[in-house]
Design a protein around this ligand. Structure first.
Ligand SMILES: Cc1cc2nc3c(=O)[nH]c(=O)nc-3n(C[C@H](O)[C@H](O)[C@H](O)COP(=O)(O)O)c2cc1C
Length: 141
C-alpha cells in the first residue's frame, strides 16, 4: 500500500481536526499523522505523498510551530516528492489573506522541487461545517 504522512501545525486544534478527518477518509494509503515539531527528514523520505496542514495566524502568517520547519524546507528534502497542502482560516475577518499559509506552503514546496498534486484545501472556520469538502479533498488524493 502507498504511504502518506500528514505533517501539521495547529494552535487551537482546528487544523488537527481536519488532519484527522483527512486521514480517516484517504483511500488506498497507509496514513500517519505527525505534529510539525516532531517531523524529521525521514517523515518526508519515507512517504509516497506528503500532506502539509497549517493554519494562518497574525496577518497572513504561518502557524507558529510551522515556522522553523518552513525555514528548513529544501530541495534536498522535497525534490521529486508529491505534496498537497491544507489549512484552516477565517474568510470573514481575513478575506485578503484567507488561508495564506496554504499558498505559502504550496509555493515553498514547489520551489523546492516538489510536485503539488492538488490545488489545496482551505477550511473556513469550523471543520465540522466543512465536512463534505474535507472528505472530497481526502478522496481526491
Ligand atoms: C489573532 C488571529 C489571527 C488570525 N489570522 C488569520 C489570517 O491572517 N488569515 C486567516 O485566514 N485566518 C486567520 N485567523 C483564523 C485562524 O486561522 C482560524 O481560527 C483557524 O481555525 C485556526 O486553526 P488552528 O486551530 O489549526 O490553528 C486568525 C485568528 C486569530 C485569532
Amino acid at each position: 500500500m502507498k504511504t502518506a504522512n500528514i505533517i501539521f501545525g495547529s494552535t487551537t486544534g482546528n487544523t488537527e481536526t481536519v488532519a484527522e478527518m483527512i486521514a480517516n477518509n484517504m483511500d488506498g494509503y497507509d496514513v500517519k499523522l505527525v505534529y510539525v515539531t516532531d517531523a524529521t527528514n525521514d517523515t518526508v523520505k519515507d512517504a509516497d505523498l506528503i500532506l502539509y496542514g497549517c493554519s494562518t495566524w497574525g496577518y497572513g502568517e504561518l502557524q507558529d510551530d510551522f515556522i522553523p520547519y518552513y525555514n528548513n524546507m529544501s530541495n534536498k528534502l522535497l525534490s521529486g516528492k508529491n505534496v498537497a497542502v491544507f489549512g484552516c482560516g477565517d474568510k470573514e475577518n481575513f478575506e485578503d489573506v484567507f488561508c495564506e499559509a496554504v499558498e505559502m506552503l504550496k509555493r515553498k514546496a514547489e520551489g523546492c522541487g516538489a510536485t503539488i498534486v492538488n490545488d489545496g484545501l482551505k477550511v473556513d472556520c469550523e471543520p465540522s461545517d466543512n465536512e463534505d469538502a474535507i472528505i472530497a479533498f481526502a478522496k481526491s488524493l
